[in-house]
Design a protein around this ligand. Structure first.
Ligand SMILES: Cc1ncc(COP(=O)(O)O)c(C=O)c1O
Length: 401
């Protein structure tokens, strides 16, 4: 039996990682990568965090066996993840109603969440913000869910339209899943404030929706604990929900694939029962998670001094991102570029949507070697003092046409 004929018709490149390949292949020295969602420092490098290096040394010196991990991952890691999601002594942790499984990255957590829900006869419809991280669409669709979208931004494309978002979610059917970005919404940089999170929780309770909180940028917005306010609100509202954590960005452990799926249920018995099904989703998918990155994260989070160092390092990344936002808005304003740029200054996380349209984005890449995603998602961390003037000049050129 030959390969299916569709398998011989090449698939399009990934909208984000495909651009990374195109960037690597671009011979121009002046090229600027604002496309991929990876933190870079002023020299354009993705640093290895000093706390990670220290933890890694300890892990290697300990020389632990490389036998398989439990299906749901390292117990110490699973406990440590919950200390990031919830304030110390939070009842969701002390009661045992939050149960965590280690996963390969945030993507692994999302896929395990989808498989877990489908395999337990759960919801078949998932609601995603429009726009969202492009991988959400295909991940949930290929897992077997029907994908619907809810509006997110107002007509300016710069602010949340909470009424439109909540209005659409009020039409969702009981049992539907709604994916929410815990902080630092990708690609818009626009987050609900705490009072809007309360309204979201109310609608989710009213309509019996099951939130999945995609939490890939904890610490890149206002701080490690502040960014988890969304989780606290949902837990406080008595909802059952899932959290998909990624430690790719905040520990700069991208290639190590470190993440977690946390189930927050009404009580410990429900959380424990649900975790037994999560184990099946994992076992049938990749059997058990990789050890190395999770050992590093666990070592950092369980050592108060190392954890304090890591928090300072995250604050450093956050402050670079914020500084870059300000510098970008100042430079756009100084160059007199048409458009409303000021809201970008106060947005959170690495991304901003410039709203340029696909044609201008294509021109930026082709003529100027400035790479962005879709209709103009930029990673502001990719801006440096050196490339900023060139980026602004290129934008001026394409906006003038
Ligand atoms: C919103 C969002 N969710 C999930 C992920 C996946 O993270 P990971 O690389 O840990 O799989 C990303 C990464 O870019 C993301 O932006």
């Amino acid at each position: 039996m030959p390969l299916p004929s569709r398998a011989l018709d090449p698939a399009p490149p990934d909208p984000i990682l495909g651009l990374a390949e195109a960037f690597r292949a671009d011979p121009r020295e002046s090229k600027v990568n604002l496309a991929v969602g990876v933190f870079v420092d002023e020299t354009g490098r993705t640093p290895v965090l000093p706390s990670v290096l220290t933890a890694e040394r300890r892990v290697l010196e300990a020389g632990a066996s490389r036998t398989y991990l439990p299906i749901e991952g390292r117990p110490g890691y699973r406990d440590a993840v919950r200390t990031l999601l919830f304030a110390p002594g939070h009842e969701a942790v002390t009661s045992g109603r939050a149960a965590t499984a280690q996963t390969p990255g945030g993507t692994g957590a999302l896929r395990v969440a989808a498989d877990f829900l489908l395999q337990t006869g759960g919801p078949r419809t998932v609601w995603l913000s429009q726009p969202t991280w492009p991988n959400h669409q295909q991940l949930f669709r290929l897992a077997g869910m029907a994908v619907r979208t809810y509006p997110y931004l107002d007509a300016t494309g710069r602010r949340l339209d909470a009424d439109a978002m909540l209005g659409e979610l009020r039409d969702a059917a009981p049992g539907d899943v709604v994916v929410l970005h815990g902080s630092c919404h990708n690609p818009t940089g626009v987050d609900p404030d705490v009072s809007t999170w309360h309204e979201i929780a109310e609608v989710a309770a009213e309509r019996s929706l099951l939130p999945i909180v995609d939490f890939a940028y904890q610490g890149f917005g206002d701080g490690i604990a502040d960014d988890a306010a969304s989780i606290g609100v949902l837990a406080g509202a008595g909802l059952e929900f899932l959290v998909c954590s990624s430690f790719s960005k905040n520990f700069a452990l991208y290639a190590e694939r470190v993440g977690a799926l946390t189930i927050v249920a009404q009580d410990a018995a429900r959380a424990d029962a649900a975790l037994t099904h999560v184990r099946i989703a994992i076992r049938s998918n990749y059997s058990n998670p990789p050890a190395h990155g999770a050992q590093i994260v666990e070592t950092i989070l369980c050592d108060p001094a190392l954890r304090a160092d890591w928090e300072v390092e995250v604050a450093g990344m956050r402050s670079r991102i914020r500084g870059n936002r300000g510098a970008f808005v100042d430079a756009l304003g100084a160059a007199g570029l048409p458009g409303e740029w000021e809201p970008l200054r106060g947005q959170r996380g690495m991304f901003a949507l410039l709203g340029l349209g696909a044609e201008r984005v294509e021109r930026l890449r082709r003529e100027f070697g400035v790479y962005m995603v879709g209709a103009g998602r930029v990673n502001v961390a990719g801006l440096t003092q050196e490339n900023l003037p060139r980026v602004v000049e290129s934008l001026a050129a394409v906006l003038a046409s």
